[in-house]
Design a protein around this ligand. Structure first.
Ligand code: ADP
Ligand code: ADP
Length: 228
């Protein structure tokens, strides 16, 4: 469902952040992307939702080649994948319900369907009772729950997360991981860049280590493998 073939990314400043990446993810997989700072993890992730375009090589997501995808086709791609960020990226002027409903409103989903679907995902993330609150009234963990609800409201085949627990305390991080586990158990592929050694070493899943823009390890049930 997701495949990279010999992918290179050279930024305008000359830095090569992907140096010949080839990899495949199957439907339903849960994979961690690990590696030191500056290794190319974010670049790898960003190429999968076309925040960055590969300089060469193929990035195939749900049959679309993102290297050649036209900018005007990006909204269509984004509807098929969920993205979760370290800093949540919620819209501060919209309440919880509106932040989640937004993704369905832009595709002009039926109002009754939107209401039903938004309340379903808010229930799943345990925030139905805070639907009318605004992001700045929520704890960090709650904001990340909202952002996860937003990422799955379209029922995407894959959720891509870039350090989703990076701003959260350990206990809240485990709650968020349980949520990702539950979403994965329902069949959604999860690809997650993380620095969280404890989580990677406890919830054993596929581990892909990137260093210097190259995949240096790809192991099912692997360990984190770095000191921090
Ligand atoms: P990681 O997520 O593993 O920390 P990144 O993918 O963010 O790694 O960065 C990989 C390399 O690419 C680093 O050397 C970083 O400085 C560089 N880089 C990342 N984004 C950009 C950008 N927009 N422009 C120029 N260089 C960048
Ligand atoms: P945590 O201990 O998880 O970091 P907080 O102490 O930030 O959580 O918040 C605890 C509870 O209080 C949360 O449910 C949050 O929604 C609520 N809360 C926090 N700040 C505000 C605020 N400014 N207005 C209303 N509710 C708030």
């Amino acid at each position: 469902m997701i495949e990279m073939k010999n992918v290179y990314k050279k930024y305008p400043n000359g830095i090569v952040a992907a140096n010949g990446l080839s990899i495949k993810f199957n439907q339903g997989e849960f994979a961690y992307i690990v590696g030191p700072s500056g290794a190319g993890k974010s670049t790898f992730i960003k190429m999968m939702y076309r925040e960055e375009r590969a300089t060469s090589g193929d990035v195939i997501v749900n049959g679309m080649n993102l290297t050649t995808l036209k900018n005007k086709e990006i909204p269509y791609l984004r509807r098929q994948i969920g993205v979760v960020f370290q800093d949540f990226k919620l819209l501060p002027m919209l309440n919880v319900y509106e932040n989640v409903a937004f993704a369905l409103e832009v595709i002009e989903e039926q109002p009754a369907t939107i209401r039903k679907r938004v309340m379903e995902v808010l229930d799943l993330v345990g925030l139905k009772h805070k639907a009318r609150m605004f992001p700045n009234e929520l704890s960090g963990g709650e904001q990340q729950r909202v952002s996860i609800a937003r990422s799955i409201v379209n029922v995407p085949k894959v959720v891509i997360a870039d350090e989703p627990t990076g701003n959260l305390d350990p206990e809240t991080s485990w709650d968020i991981m349980n949520l990702f586990e539950e979403i994965n158990a329902r069949g959604t592929t999860i690809i997650m860049a993380t620095h969280n050694k404890e989580i990677v070493n406890t919830i054993r899943r596929r581990v892909i280590a990137i260093e210097g823009g190259l995949i240096v390890r790809d192991e099912n049930g692997g360990s984190y493998g770095y000191e921090i």
